[in-house]
Structure formats: structure tokens, C-alpha cells
Design a protein around this ligand. Structure first.
Ligand SMILES: [Zn+2]
Length: 202
């Protein structure tokens, strides 16, 4: 007996009508980065279905180096497997502006009432640092107190990452726990555009 037993019963229901999804281009050509908060499940709030979009979740939905590394690999994998499918079937060797033959868009979704917000309090943060062994500065940097601000910082961080594939665009959104609504704060942009216009606030 484990806590997951009741969910295994739900899985049995799921498997009865299940149809396998082949490995292919994600149906929505999206990759979601969001918080691990159990109130922020993108399958529920965005209505994702199997095969729609890969999802990366961590505390706060922050663009950490680990997230950048995953996206770099997924971008490489997608270009190897499906490089010609999204565009006009070329070898993917065009280079330059990605908009002509995009791989996918990364949608970063931060949310209100995030549990990482407590880390903005120095006393709470020092206790958390002692309990987890994580550096105080790292914990401070991970806090989401205003998701509109942090999502912008993380979109910029991802766009500035040297390993971000050029055919991947990045957008930023905020999920409001109180209303259930997702609002777009930053429309999708490609790395080249970010480099050309680094100071643009929104
Ligand atoms: Zn959160």
C-alpha cells in the first residue's frame, strides 16, 4: 500500500482507452517552463493533451542553468529529428533568423502566491539555507515575489543563453491563482532580436 494507490486506479481507467502517441513534433510546438506548485499544473490550466508540449517544472518555474541545459538538448533533438518538418523541408542549414523555420516556442509561466516568495524574507531564507545547504544568494535569486518582474528576467536570461538554439523563441506569462487566468507579459521573441535590443523592458 502506498499513497499512490488511488492514482494507480485512475491510471487503470486512463489505460483502458489509451492510444499511444508516436514521438514527433509537439502538437503545439511549445515547451512550457513553470512552477512545480500543485495548483499550477499546465495540463489542467492550459488544457494540454498527450503529445502537445514538453513541460519543465521546478520551484518558481525559474530559468536555471539546468533548465537552459534541458532546452539546449531538446532543441538539438528536435532539429535532428524534425528539423525540416516545421518549415519547408530543408536541411535546417539556413542559419540566421529563426522565424522562417521555427523549432518551438518556450513559454515561461510564473504565478502569483508562489511559495518561493517566502525566500524574500531574510530570516526565512537563512533558515532555509541552513536546512537545505543551498547558498543564501541562490535562494534569494530564486524567489518569485512579483511574477511579472521575475518572468521578464527569466525570458531575458533564456534569450541571452549562448546555448539557446536560434530557432527557438521565448515568451513570458503570468498565471493568477485567484482568477485562473494566464496573461501574456512578453510576446515570443528570438535570441537575435534580444541581442539587437537588449534594453527593451517589454
Ligand atoms: Zn510557485
Amino acid at each position: 500500500m502506498t499513497r499512490i494507490t488511488s492514482l494507480l486506479e485512475r491510471n487503470e481507467q486512463f489505460a483502458r482507452t489509451y492510444t499511444p502517441v508516436a514521438l514527433g513534433v509537439p502538437a503545439q510546438q511549445l515547451l512550457i517552463v513553470t512552477c512545480l506548485d500543485h495548483r499550477v499544473d499546465p495540463a489542467v490550466i492550459l488544457g494540454l493533451r498527450l503529445g502537445d508540449a514538453p513541460v519543465i517544472r521546478n520551484a518558481g518555474g525559474r530559468v536555471t542553468q539546468a533548465v537552459i541545459d534541458d532546452i539546449a538538448y531538446i532543441g538539438f533533438l528536435a532539429s535532428q529529428l524534425f528539423g525540416g518538418q516545421a518549415g519547408q523541408g530543408g536541411q535546417g542549414g539556413q542559419g540566421g533568423q529563426g522565424a522562417a523555420d521555427p523549432l518551438f516556442e518556450v513559454a515561461v509561466v510564473h504565478h502569483t502566491q508562489c511559495g518561493t516568495g517566502f525566500l524574500a524574507d531574510p530570516g526565512f531564507r537563512s533558515q532555509a539555507a541552513a536546512a537545505t545547504g543551498l547558498p543564501d544568494a541562490d535562494l534569494e535569486a530564486s524567489a518569485v515575489t512579483d511574477p511579472h518582474i521575475t518572468v521578464g528576467a527569466d525570458v531575458q536570461r533564456l534569450l541571452a543563453a549562448p546555448t539557446l538554439p536560434p530557432k527557438v523563441s521565448v515568451s513570458g506569462h503570468v498565471y493568477d491563482i485567484a482568477t485562473g487566468r494566464v496573461t501574456t507579459v512578453h510576446d515570443a521573441r528570438y535570441p537575435a532580436a534580444a541581442t539587437a535590443d537588449p534594453a527593451r523592458p517589454a
